[in-house]
Design a protein around this ligand. Structure first.
Ligand code: AVJ
Length: 322
């Protein structure tokens, strides 16, 4: 039955926006950056000279593809590669090609919150590496763990690349790794990319590019509220602000109100007031060092099997077992 009065939306996005914009201080989750526009903006970010993370991981994969695929192969039995937050799969393709060249028996199960990204990824894999058996799965990391858990039989290799883990606060990361551990069998592997602590300016530059791509990416959450929830945010009334704390290794993104303003969001039946210079916290991008990673692994009951880094040690990929 439908009411004639305003239809108040109750999707997860709608609920999170209501919560985030009525909390003090205000916040919105970076997971909502990624729609079709956001996916494209993130691809542009990965191609920026300032955003070193992607190049570092590409270098690691190109340099160590034989060793890495050797770990994946284990004793040589068939396995499934699950990739959490697969995105455009640019880096993963290097490993997939190496496994195909080596005639390894595996299938590839990319998982992403974005159905759009998954469709593009599937099409590009079918075009570039048609030998790969691919089975995409749409969902968040959290709700798809249950699907992965149900995958009994074949050995599992779980990829979590690009320092995606950096979007999680340490307690959330521990929780997440613990959850992964519960679905691991003896021979399964987890392969995770961690951006490393480095010169603070290099980190700030990566998240605050001159061209304003990161700004547009950050503001895309407001654009989505306008489009999907009937909001009237004026994106020009907010500025993108990045901070990095070299002690904790936490980079944080904010949207800062340039002036006092009132925003209304029709399908939430919500009015939100901003004071001048009031913030919306949107993202954390955690940076790591050896001690933090050992501590995380320890807390989650995972064992570090190997790690690979780029020549400048700006970025590392770790392999864990239970
Ligand atoms: C996709 C979460 C790894 O935090 O570095 C890039 C997203 N945000 N620029 C990151 C992002 C701003 C990215 N991750």
């Amino acid at each position: 039955m439908q009411e004639k009065t305003a239809i108040v939306l109750n999707t997860p996005f709608a609920q999170d926006v209501r919560k985030g914009l009525t909390d003090y201080p205000k916040h919105l989750s970076s997971k909502y950056f990624y729609d079709e526009v956001g996916d494209k903006l993130f691809q542009d970010i990965m191609a920026m000279p300032e955003y070193y993370l992607t190049d570092c991981e590409l270098t690691i994969f190109k340099t160590y593809k034989e060793d890495i695929s050797g770990f994946f192969q284990g004793q040589g039995d068939a396995f499934s590669i699950f990739e959490l937050g697969a995105g455009d799969g640019k880096k993963t393709k290097i490993l997939l090609k190496e496994l195909i060249v080596k005639n390894v028996d595996f299938d590839y199960r990319p998982i992403d919150i974005s159905q759009n990204a998954l469709q593009l990824l599937k099409a590009s894999i079918e075009r570039e590496i048609p030998e790969v058996a691919i089975k995409p799965l749409q969902g968040t990391y959290f709700d798809t763990l249950a699907d992965i858990a149900r995958h009994n039989g074949k050995r599992k290799v779980i990829l979590f690349l690009g320092s995606n883990i950096g979007n999680l606060l340490h307690p959330q990361a521990v929780e997440f790794l613990k959850n992964i551990r519960t679905i691991l069998n003896e021979e399964d592997l987890v392969f995770i990319g961690f951006d490393q602590k480095k010169h603070p300016q290099k980190i700030l530059d990566a998240y605050n590019d001159q061209a304003g791509i990161t700004e547009a990416f950050n503001k895309n959450v407001l654009a989505r509220i306008n489009k999907e929830l009937g909001g009237n945010f004026d994106l020009d009334n907010f500025l993108h602000w990045e901070v990095y704390d070299p002690e904790t290794g936490t980079a944080k993104s904010y949207l800062v109100a340039r002036k006092a303003q009132r925003v209304s969001i029709k399908t939430l039946d919500l009015t939100v007031d901003f004071k001048q210079w009031e913030t919306i916290h949107t993202e954390i991008s955690q940076k790591y060092d050896d001690e933090i990673i050992k501590w995380l692994a320890d807390k989650a009951g995972l064992e570090i099997t190997a790690h690979f880094s780029d020549p400048k040690d700006h970025y590392r990929d770790y392999i864990f077992k239970r």
